[in-house]
Design a protein around this ligand. Structure first.
Ligand code: 5GP
Ligand code: ZN
Length: 116
């Protein structure tokens, strides 16, 4: 079920342009508009959920679908060699601004944060 007012649903449907980095029947991944690292991609399930807790209650298998896509992209782009970070923001304290569940993949350079 997709959501008429959701910008990431529109990106998945091609109604808003994006730079695709991965697609299969379940998952779509694209470059973040405002990259926070040398490489910054967003991974979404094609089926709309609001946030990661909503996603787990809807269909926990979607996490595996998304992380399988992340595994393929990080190996293809050799991000697995030096490492990378995956983040999902949830709600106001988490800093979530788009309410279609998404996982940020950050890499391509040493990442700051988490005490560094
Ligand atoms: P959040 O803050 O919800 O965790 O992450 C939302 C992310 O979506 C942000 O990093 C923001 O730059 C990105 N973003 C918002 N609108 C668009 C858009 O229309 N296209 C793309 N490619 N990224 C977007
Ligand atoms: Zn959506």
């Amino acid at each position: 079920m997709n959501h008429p007012d959701c910008i990431f649903c529109k990106i998945v449907e091609g109604k808003i342009p994006s730079t695709k980095v991965f697609e299969n029947d379940k998952v779509y991944a694209f470059k973040d508009l405002h990259p926070q690292a040398f490489k910054h991609y967003l991974f979404v399930h094609k089926s709309h959920t609001r946030d990661v807790n909503d996603l787990i209650l809807t269909d926990g298998n979607q996490v595996a679908d998304i992380f399988s896509a992340i595994q393929q992209v990080t190996v293809n782009e050799k991000l697995d060699q030096m490492g990378f970070r995956v983040v999902t923001n949830m709600g106001s304290h988490g800093g979530q601004t788009v309410f279609h569940t998404h996982f940020h993949l950050l890499g391509g350079e040493p990442l700051k944060g988490f005490g560094r």
